[in-house]
Design a protein around this ligand. Structure first.
Ligand SMILES: Nc1nc2c(ncn2[C@@H]2O[C@H](COP(=O)(O)O[C@H]3[C@@H](O)[C@H](n4cnc5c(=O)[nH]c(N)nc54)O[C@@H]3COP(=O)(O)O)[C@@H](O)[C@H]2O)c(=O)[nH]1
Length: 891
């Protein structure tokens, strides 16, 4: 069939086919041309579709007219329906596109397109639409079958619909290009409708189908319209439509009565209502009361420009808008209505509120905030800054105070932040200058730091000063000493370091309590400060140690005068809580550059000299000499060896007999420790016991002494010797042990010695420390049967009332009194008083350090119960002491 279709033998020249063919070509060209020229817009595309559909129809009909064979003609007739059914749908699509209502007519477009497809299908695939061909003088022509009428209804119905769209648009469109264009198309359609003449021939009426001519005219009109008005003109109306539809602001047009006549999509979305919900409603109902009144004024002719208003949106929402109202007037200037343009300012308001809120920060800041131009003019000062500036005598409107001008200029030039501290009245401020070069000013932020500074000062003071005496502490002392040394190096002068340690201060502290001790230290500090010049430094290192730096000394001869002055300052008693206390210092002196170059060396050497002063009788002053250095070394060496002495079994106990003065026999032995230091001989406890107390080594050593003494006494008893008490010295450090009672109990148990044969000697100072705990321990010992004796009695500060409270058995008169009973009346009185007091309290009295028969006779005469001393025997090793146990002494 295709071969026949293409075979010229089945055709003959037909004058009737020529115009249809030429018109088909023209339409296809025209459609393509418009499409391309309009840049492929939707309207030009719809025009092309329309031209294509008509072009197919005419092209196929030209073939049909020229065909000599019926079958070939039928093929062309049916082929024409690849285009004909699409003509009405293409026309409708073109109409709604030109009228820009495609979106709204989308469904109709789809329906007519679908029907076009259906009819095309029936025409091509069945005989229901084209059942046969007529033969007319101009050639073959389609004959409609059963679907002919429905197709005609569809065809004309769709065309009528298109025409209706144009006429509706024409009616509602105001004068202008668009109206003219619509009018042109309407005329074109009117002409094109004459093309329906062709359908007569389809039903056998032999009227020549010149329908292509009106169609041609339609296209000519269309092209003319396009040429003159373009398919979519940029006419004010069109542009206005576009703008209204797409503008970000809401647009509401109201008539003269204030009823809404037009709204754009933005207005709908702001108000939350659809277009139909809004149209016809009074605008005032969407405005807050105050604005509704203003809107009334606008309707009366008031022009409104950018006034803030609140719109009542759907669901009770309030929308902040900025409103402008302009007027619509007719040619005679009669008010027709108003155009309201509203801009959603919710975001702007939010930002404004945020900015206002932020702007309050500097204003309400409790600290000063200033902005100063680089020329020094104050651009901004908050309230606090104003009051601060007034203190600088600054008046508003004047250039900033001189201080600010100079600082701002400096900071601005440097371009980096700078923090300054300034004092205004009694307050200290920290001012942070923050340059902003790009803006030409400097921001100044102030903070009051008075408290912080004071706290810092307090802290600095605490770091550098002794809390009790308020004297410089070791840290500041070292600093001052270093400064003094550098000065003296430059000026070739001397620096003198005096190291002071109070004699027997510990005893006062222990016996009278820290409260007294502290008070005394303050008194000492005052006296030392009073002795020196203001350039000198008096410092407390801690405890009872003081250091005085004498600076700027050109003559060393003044040093002895100075030390004497200090010693003299201690000659008067210190009044401590109404108690008169005598206190003496031991002073060590080192001198720069003779005794050391550095602060450390000078302090160490002055300390060594002070030790020597102490050793040599206290209340004394010693200048440093190089041999003292050896003493210090010796002390260090002793300390190291002591650590190993116990494990190396280097300690040994000596025993000194205690004689009952009435019976003349030995009633006790005092155990006294000795240290047999290899290569150094026997070392006296007076030398190493204080060291062991300092280092804590006293605890294991004391335990060893107690165990050895108890064991020794037990072995004497087991050897059948007369039973005696063994006296063991207790150190203060031991008494601080919580388990002292358990240790003694355990030792007695382990050695098998009955507590009745143990006597513990403790000094007054031990007795007075930690009163209640001491009483408990003593009572525990007493309950066991252990005897307690107060050693060195008379040298301390015992409260006599305490003696009553403690379970004491014996008072031991210190040997310093015993040694001078014959020479010093006072000591004799003291010795006698101690004996009387002991007896008065129901205690025994014992005298130690008895060396002569006169001393013994005196003690006898005052009723002293017991005695010990070189007169009877020196302390002896165990075997020798044992021999004395059976000896009788003549008292
Ligand atoms: N905590 C401990 N202290 C102890 C212990 N052993 C001794 N000590 C104390 O050491 C100090 C010095 O003791 P020491 O060198 O043994 O001197 C004692 C006697 O030798 C000495 N003495 C005795 N009689 C005389 C004398 O007639 N003349 C004289 N010049 N000295 C004499 O006196 C010391 C005894 O003192 P005291 O204890 O007060 O009875 C000394 O304080 C010891 O206490 C120990 O194991 N633990």
């Amino acid at each position: 069939m295709i071969e026949q279709l293409l075979d010229p033998a089945y055709y003959a020249y037909s004058l009737f086919s020529v115009p249809t063919f030429l018109l088909a070509v023209a339409l296809l060209f025209l459609g393509t041309f418009v499409w391309v020229r309009e840049g492929g817009t939707r309207v030009s595309f719809s025009f092309f579709i329309m031209a294509l559909a008509a072009g197919i129809w005419l092209f196929a009909f030209s073939g049909m007219y020229a065909a000599t064979d019926k079958k070939v003609a039928l093929l062309w007739a049916k082929g024409a329906y690849l285009g004909v059914p699409f003509i009405p749908s293409a026309v409708y699509f073109f109409a709604v596109t030109v009228l820009r209502i495609t979106e709204r007519r989308k469904i109709i477009v789809w329906i007519v397109s679908f029907l076009s497809l259906v009819f095309s299908f029936f025409a091509l695939a069945t005989d229901l639409l084209i059942s046969d061909l007529h033969y007319y003088p101009w050639g073959y022509y389609p004959k409609y079958g059963a679907l002919g009428l429905p197709f005609l209804a569809f065809f004309f119905g769709t065309m009528a619909l298109s025409l209706y769209e144009f006429s509706a648009e024409f009616k509602k469109t105001g004068p202008g290009t668009h109206k003219l264009r619509v009018k042109s198309f309407m005329v074109g359609f009117g002409v094109a409708s004459l093309g329906s003449i062709d359908y007569f021939a389809k039903y056998g009426v032999p009227i020549y189908p010149f329908g292509y001519l009106p169609i041609f005219v339609f296209f000519v009109i269309a092209v003319q319209t396009i040429r003159r008005y373009r398919l979519v003109d940029i006419t004010p109306a069109f542009v206005a439509d576009q703008i209204i539809a797409t503008m970000a602001d809401s647009l509401i047009v109201c008539d003269a009565e204030g009823k809404i006549r037009l709204v754009n999509p933005t207005a709908c979305s702001i108000l939350g209502y659809s277009r139909t919900e809004l149209l016809g409603k009074p605008m005032a109902s969407f405005l807050a009361a105050a604005r509704a009144h203003r809107f009334g004024e606008a309707l009366q002719g008031t022009v409104i420009r950018d006034e803030e208003a609140e719109l009542h949106a759907k669901g009770g929402r309030r929308v902040d808008v900025s409103i402008s109202v302009s007027h619509l007037r007719d040619r005679d200037h009669r008010a027709q209505g108003v155009v309201i343009i509203g801009r959603d300012i919710r975001e702007r308001k939010r930002i404004e509120e945020e900015l206002n809120f932020l702007a309050k920060f500097p204003a309400e800041n409790p600290n000063p905030v200033l902005r100063i131009s680089k020329e020094g003019m104050i651009l901004y000062a908050n309230r606090v800054a104003h009051s601060l500036l007034k203190l600088w005598d600054w008046k508003s409107g004047e250039p900033s105070p001189y201080f600010f001008r100079t600082e701002v200029s400096k900071v601005y030039r440097a371009g980096v932040n700078r923090e300054l501290e300034v004092t205004v009245g009694s307050a200290i401020w920290s001012l942070m200058f923050n340059p902003v070069p790009e803006a030409g000013y400097v921001n100044v932020y102030g903070t009051e730091i008075t408290e912080r500074k004071r706290a810092e000062e307090r802290l600095k003071h605490m770091v550098h000063y002794d809390a009790l005496t308020n004297l410089p502490n070791r840290l500041l002392l070292t600093d001052r000493l270093n400064q003094a040394l550098s000065r003296s190096r430059r000026h070739h002068q001397f620096v003198v370091v005096l190291f002071l340690d109070l004699d027997r201060f510990k005893m006062i502290n222990d016996t009278l309590g820290h409260h007294y001790g502290d008070f005394l230290l303050k008194g000492v500090a005052d006296r030392l400060v009073a002795c020196v010049r203001s350039v000198d430094t008096v410092s407390r290192l801690g405890g009872d140690e003081f250091v005085v730096i004498l600076d700027d000394i050109s003559d060393t001869e003044m040093i002895p005068r100075m030390t004497q002055k200090i010693l003299d300052a201690f000659s008067k008693p210190f009044n401590v809580h109404s108690v008169e206390l005598f206190m003496t210092p031991s002073i060590g002196v080192s001198i720069y550059p003779n005794d050391g170059e550095s602060a450390e060396e000078l302090l160490k050497n002055a300390d060594a000299a002070m030790y020597r002063a102490k050793e040599q009788g206290k209340n004394n002053c010693r200048f440093y000499s190089s041999e003292m250095h050896l003493n210090v070394m010796e002390r260090l060496e002793l300390e190291t060896s002591l650590h190993h002495a116990l494990e190396r079994n280097e300690f040994v106990l000596y025993y000194q007999p205690v004689i009952d003065l009435r019976e003349g026999r030995v009633v006790g032995m005092e155990a006294l420790v000795r240290w047999e230091k290899p290569h150094s001989g026997m070392i006296s406890p007076g030398k190493f016991i204080p060291l062991t107390e300092e280092t804590g080594l006293i605890i294991p050593i004391a335990e060893w002494v107690l165990r050895t003494a108890c064991a020794q006494n037990r072995s004497w008893q087991e050897a059948g010797l007369p039973p005696v008490k063994i006296a063991v010295n207790l150190s203060g450090r031991q008494f601080q042990q919580k388990d002292l009672l358990e240790t003694i109990t355990r030792t007695l148990e382990e050695t098998g010695l009955s507590p009745d044969f143990l006597e513990l000697e403790l000094t007054e100072s031990i007795l007075m420390q930690k009163g209640d705990a001491t009483i408990a321990t003593l009572r525990g010992l007493n309950a066991m049967g252990v005897r307690i004796s107060i050693d060195d009695f008379g040298t301390g500060y015992s409260s006599l009332s305490y003696l009553k409270r403690f379970p004491i058995d014996k008072l031991k008169i210190d040997q310093s009194f015993v040694s001078s009973v014959m020479a010093d009346y006072n000591d004799a009185v003291i010795a006698k008083t101690v004996v009387t007091m002991a007896h008065g309290l129901g205690l025994k009295a014992i005298a130690e350090g008895v060396e002569t028969a006169e001393q013994l006779a005196f003690l006898h005469s005052v009723g002293c119960d017991e005695a010990q001393g070189y007169f009877f025997s020196r302390p002896l090793p165990a075997e020798e002491a044992m021999k004395l146990l059976t000896e009788k002494f003549h008292c």
